[in-house]
Design a protein around this ligand. Structure first.
Ligand SMILES: Nc1ncnc2c1ncn2[C@@H]1O[C@H](COP(=O)(O)OP(=O)(O)OP(=O)(O)O)[C@@H](O)[C@H]1O
Length: 445
């Protein structure tokens, strides 16, 4: 096919180069589609075969922009480039001010559909020596060599259906990276469901994950779908998977192996197709060796094990992240002086990026740029203006501040004895350990 572009006022074919905005693709290279603007901005997925774009497409790039048609555009990866075909949309598909009916692009090009802009971009070739350095993967930022390597591994993995296990300290960005894997995967139009295995009461986690029938147990007044079914077709993120009760582990493994799930109190099996990304702050291999985590489930989850480095191991990222966090907090012009950067880079950030975020908020709320010498900074202050935050963020801040204060006081009262802390607090020891790790608190055992 001769590539052409039909303009609204012209029927002259245009060469693909007429649309080229950036670097050209190597012959036979692969492409990505990135949603740059509109309600679905930041979605980013590889283009393989044919991809339909619209508000009602199944398995394609499903957009929520009401100015986009139900089935708006067809993108097809071909050896010579990407064929972009408007499939009878109401508002049309536009590029550089020209309405497109069908065109093949061989290099970077942008298309506007209603209020949405799509960028079609050649993938940097894997063998290419000059792979463009990237400073972001989804919403996760990083310019250090270690993060760039991590982004590359995760991006390549995202295209497959392999399970990914993210290992790293609290606050290193595991959840953000799990979301980025989902968004860069062919499943991005389907749900991304987060299950915090450490936060659910152990007796309820089975019904949270698998669902339950009405009357399955005392208190089950209505039926429940379960997170795995909610994630059907998409990705389930099992956060703090190391906290999953041992007796539940074979059940989860069975579901993942068989692709079917049975709700509690119901014999009927339901098909579930989920990609699993799991995360833990624990050394899960050591947990397996200690008999606290099943080896078979470990190997099912850790097809691609990835270590997310602590912030102190990638100090080059601190200025970038600090600038980003000030910008996110509505203060893009906050003066990051050399002296402040030096102190930020010199601190060891036991709570990692979450702690840096809280520091930024504390600076903006209280003007306090002090960093503790050895201990982590407090997460919230009474002077912080919570009304500037969303309800979810404000609640998170208060819960963090409360938990940190409560645990610090309890540790002091119990002489750092975790068993005693757990007894007094009425929590499982594993839960106390999880909380201490999460809030960057240290205690002897
Ligand atoms: N690379 C990053 N770029 C931008 N923001 C980040 C990055 N890493 C973490 N953050 C921010 O830091 C906070 C904590 O990140 P996240 O919840 O993903 O960490 P986590 O490792 O999953 O923590 P936990 O183990 O406690 O659940 C979030 O507000 C997140 O947006």
């Amino acid at each position: 096919m001769v590539p052409y572009l039909m303009g609204a006022s012209s029927t002259e074919p245009l060469s693909p180069d007429a649309l080229a905005e950036g670097r050209p693709a190597a012959r036979g290279s692969r492409f990505r589609v990135v949603v740059e603007t509109g309600p679905d901005a930041r979605r980013d997925l590889p283009l393989e075969g044919t991809l339909l774009v619209g508000t009602q497409v199944e398995g394609g790039l499903r957009l929520s922009d009401p100015t986009v048609s139900r089935v708006h555009l067809e993108l097809q990866a071909r050896p010579e480039g990407v064929r972009v075909r408007d499939v009878g949309s109401r508002n049309g598909t536009w590029s550089l001010g020209v309405r497109i009916h069908e065109v093949t692009v061989a290099s970077e090009a942008r298309f506007t559909l209603g209020k949405t802009t799509l960028l079609i971009q050649p993938e940097p070739s894997d063998e290419g020596a000059e792979t463009a350095p990237r400073t972001a993967f989804g919403r996760a930022l990083g310019q250090s060599a270690v993060m760039q390597r991590l982004f590359g591994v995760l991006e390549r993995t995202a295209r497959s259906a392999f399970s990914v296990l993210l290992l790293g300290e609290t606050g290193t960005g595991k959840e953000l990276l799990a979301e980025a894997v989902h968004l860069a995967s062919p499943r991005s139009a389907r749900p991304f469901v987060i299950v915090d295995c450490g936060a659910v009461v152990p007796s309820l986690i089975e019904s949270e994950l698998f669902g339950h029938a009405k009357g399955a147990f005392t208190g089950a007044h209505t039926e429940r779908q379960g997170h795995l079914v909610q994630a059907h077709g998409g990705t389930v993120f099992l956060d703090e998977v190391g906290e999953l009760p041992l007796e539940l582990q074979p059940k989860l493994l069975r579901v993942l192996e068989s692709g079917t799930v049975r709700r509690v109190g119901d014999n009927a099996a339901r098909e579930v197709d989920v990609r699993v990304v799991a995360a833990t702050h624990r050394d899960l291999k050591a947990e397996v060796a200690a008999g606290r985590f099943r080896a078979d489930l470990y190997y099912r989850l850790a097809v691609v094990p990835v270590r997310v480095p602590a912030l102190r191991e990638r100090a080059e990222d601190i200025p970038l992240l600090a600038r980003h966090l000030f910008q996110q907090a509505g203060q893009p012009d906050f003066p990051l002086t050399e002296e402040l950067v030096r102190r930020l880079v010199g601190y060891d950030w036991p709570g990692n990026v979450r702690e840096l975020r809280n520091f930024v908020h504390r600076v903006l709320a209280a003007g306090d740029v002090e960093l503790p010498d050895a201990q982590p900074v407090s997460t919230a202050t009474a002077t912080e203006d919570l009304s500037a935050l969303t309800f979810k963020e404000a609640k998170e801040r208060m819960v963090e501040a409360f938990t940190r204060e409560y645990l610090t006081a309890l540790l002091a009262r119990c002489g750092n004895n975790i068993s005693e802390v757990a007894r007094t607090a009425g929590l499982a020891r594993s839960h106390v350990h999880g909380l201490l790790n999460r809030y960057g608190l240290k205690a002897g055992d």
